[in-house]
Design a binder for this molecule. Sequence first.
Ligand code: GTP
Ligand code: IMP
Ligand code: MG
Length: 339
Amino acid sequence: MTCSILVGGAWGDEGKGKCITYLCDADKPDIIARAGVGPNAGHSVEFNGEKYGLRLTPSGFVHTDAKLMIGAGVLVNPDVLFKEFEDLKKYNVKERMCVDPRCAIISEDHMNRDKSSEHLAKKIGSTGSGCGPANSDRVMRTIDLARDIPELEDYITDVSLEVNEAIDNGEDVFIEGSQGFALSLYYGSYPFVTSKDTTASTFAADVGVGPTKVDEVIDVFKAYISRVGEGPFPTEMTQEEAESKGLEEYGVVTGRRRRIGYFDMELAKESCRINGATQIALTCVDRLFDCARVQNYDELSAETKAFIEDIQTETGVPVTIISTGPDLKDTIDLRKELL
Ligand code: GTP
Ligand code: IMP
Ligand code: MG
């Protein structure tokens, strides 16, 4: 029995999508539950030569025997969810999906308020997905919940009950966080943050799992850093520098160009500490070093190994997963050796 939580280490877009699909395909958990803020997320999954950009469906959908769940803490936009049911038809996502009755619902009004707000859209650089205004209405206790929405009736399930029963029965549960540590409303670069805490403890609460039930916290970092939206970014490089290194990126939800910077060890240490990380997954190592598609640690250059070992030493957390490309196969999995 293992209950794992995967979290973003920095400002989101660390490649959580790739790590989740790899881990769920390899470990085959019984339940894969989505935690985090809501459809402001954009997880990229590349599987069997196809690319998916997911906003609400758990990225572990590729493991087709798992039940898929959305925890009570997550904001749901039914239109986004139903579109993903269509896009992922061949994976039977619709048939496997459970939505907690206590999820709050994003309406057209929330999206309009998000996009038209000078503060959210311009100063913070929000995704415009309605998450901020929806969480605000949730705090005001005026928002509709999933249990009030007839279109969601077929999916309504007590996610917390199912997940806890699965844990008690010795099954494996994988909880997917979204966004990233530095976007946390509590611990991030306030006010340039998202509308909720984004650390492992909140992700556990999102699906209704108590802290004593969690075995592993996997903190995902990219070998460099990206940030979309406004706010401080201590290790940011110039656009020219990012381009010369081939590190340009664009957002999955908004299509905005991402700001790029160097790996930030101080941020990584804080992220591991506050998340209680037990493992680090390091992605896009091939984009910084010449190691595309390498699947064996011994084949990495001395420079690459030194970079990885430095992260391990400084954070005190083992780097168990090293990603060297977008495909599931482009992964070095050191869990057997290091755990
Ligand atoms: P979250 O927003 O944190 O969930 O991350 P994400 O999955 O959304 O990351 P993003 O959308 O930024 O995806 C990063 C892109 O890089 C996607 O196209 C991935 O398929 C790809 N990718 C993920 N891991 C690697 C890697 O190790 N190497 C390379 N070259 N690409 C990767
Ligand atoms: P909001 O969550 O849409 O309110 O956006 C607030 C801030 O968080 C903005 O800077 C967004 O760009 C950022 N943000 C929210 N979700 C994500 C994500 O999944 N990846 C990257 N940035 C995000
Ligand atoms: Mg993303």
